[in-house]
Write a protein of this length. Structure first.
Length: 462
């Protein structure tokens, strides 16, 4: 019941803190006008995992990346059928629930000199902005929290958002290193108040967002790689550092990806993903993909297939990431190693990338509990060469980051993992962004909202 109530608590915080902005009425004595930091952090972390990282926008880009499919007639989201209203839910969780409450948490924590809470708030704000700009490009931030003083905040450019992300991460690290005031405990579901782990996660996020700009206009790939490598030296050091939300499992407390694969959603694994894992004899398939209920085989559905198959004949997400009590990953140590491998490739060539590439696969095998198969798998994949290094790094990174929107970001930057246009696609190119939600278009019209799925964000030039 605790997890069920957390989303309501977060919404309640918005109502309580915003009533003076939106309703010109007397104060309700039954509504608190002030809350402690620990009462804000828990519901924000829960809703970030449940409504954003595992939410519908993430599902949509996993269709674009051909990780998942729908057992539904075409056209559907797998063939690029998407309406502006489909993005309302994630935008609401991202802004109304998460970013608004993180702004409140940071303001309160700074005023109370509880700098560990302030540091966490800044890091999670940076994470939310990174998620939002990855999918939508230009998004509101600098004018977004003025309440009734500005109902129509302009959108910050994506370039400015990335600068803000790095600034927030730097300030969050400084807050945590100062460490004054109250220390989070069980109210911090992600790290239980461990400041050192938060700092390592922040440095890893810095590397992630530096690498996002390797092809951005006016940015140099080698320079961005060097910045990422410097950040990674202080980043995650082992799988124990993974930033992930723990779900207990059971009614009302299941992992969001478990819910995404429930029969009512008719979502299953795609043939593209399942067949790749089968063809490579990847030992992780048993953890990433479930056997079909009907005949006990690994079987995905071809995106764009006409008609409806038997739902039980297809595989859904496997127990490691899509089980009832699976943890939902925000960023992990394997990604840190793959970031290092790509950065090494850009700065010093394929031979320099080999060590981190190998270590990343080994760490992923260890995390999933199949490390005894890592040597054979690595041998089958061969060593990196000048011609295959980027492709192999991104292919393996997409497995370690399965269901993450980072796979979409990496594909836009590098062209890997390679995918082809699906049958019955509604237009002749793979989507490169999300469209803005109808809720935002109708209440805060901005020029950027004319963007279509085919348009590119600033960091993704031709």
């Amino acid at each position: 019941m605790k997890y069920i109530k957390l989303s309501l608590v977060a919404a309640f915080l918005i109502i309580c803190t915003g009533c003076d902005k939106y309703l010109d009425v007397n104060s309700n004595p039954n509504n608190p006008e002030d809350v402690q930091e620990k009462l804000i952090l828990s519901p924000v972390e829960y809703n970030l995992a449940q409504g954003v990282v595992g939410g519908w926008a993430s599902v949509h880009v996993n269709h674009f990346m051909q990780t998942v499919a729908l057992n539904q007639p075409v056209p559907n989201v797998g063939t690029y059928l998407l309406a502006n209203t489909d993005e309302n839910d994630t935008w609401y969780y991202l802004y109304t629930i998460c970013l608004q409450n993180l702004h409140l948490l940071n303001t309160k924590a700074e005023a109370n000199s509880n700098l560990k809470y302030a540091g966490i708030a800044k890091i999670l704000t940076a994470y939310c902005l990174g998620y939002g700009t990855t999918l939508w490009g230009d998004i509101p931030y600098s004018e977004a929290f003025a309440g009734s003083a500005n109902f129509y905040p302009t959108y910050d450019s994506q370039e400015d958002i990335y600068k803000t992300i790095q600034d927030l991460l730097d300030k969050g690290i400084a807050n945590l290193e100062a460490g004054t005031g109250l220390t989070p405990g069980s109210d911090d579901y992600l790290y239980n108040g461990d400041a050192d782990k938060w700092i390592r996660a922040a440095f890893t996020l810095k590397a992630r967002y530096y690498m996002h700009l390797t092809k951005a206009p006016g940015y140099n790939a080698t320079t961005q790689a060097g910045l990422a490598l410097a950040a990674l030296e202080k980043g995650m050091q082992s799988n124990d550092d993974d930033l992930e939300f723990p779900y207990p499992g059971g009614a009302g407390t299941q992992n969001r990806w478990y819910s995404n694969f429930l029969p009512v959603e008719t979502m299953i694994m795609s043939a593209h993903t399942v067949d790749l894992l089968k063809d490579r004899q990847d030992p992780r398939i048993s953890k990433l993909v479930a056997l079909s209920e009907e005949d006990g085989v690994y079987r995905g559905r071809e995106i764009g297939t006409e008609g409806i198959g038997s739902l039980g004949s297809y595989s859904i997400g496997g127990a490691f990431y899509a089980g009832e009590a699976s943890s939902l990953v925000l960023i992990n140590y394997r990604e840190a190693l793959f970031l290092k491998a790509e950065a090494d490739l850009l700065t010093d060539g394929y031979a320099a990338a080999q060590e981190s590439y190998t270590a990343a696969i080994q760490a992923d095998m260890s995390k999933l509990g199949v490390s005894n198969s890592s040597a054979a798998y690595l041998a089958s994949r061969g060593t990196l060469t000048a011609s295959n290094a980027l492709e192999r790094i991104m292919e393996e990174k997409s497995i370690a980051n399965i269901f993450s929107v980072e796979v979409f970001s990496d594909w836009r930057r590098t062209g890997y993992p390679a995918i082809s246009l699906v049958p019955h696609a509604l237009f002749p190119s793979i989507p490169r962004r999300l469209i803005y939600p109808n809720s935002e278009i109708s209440t805060n019209p901005q020029p950027q909202q004319s963007a279509t799925l085919k348009d590119r964000v600033w960091s993704d030039p031709q």
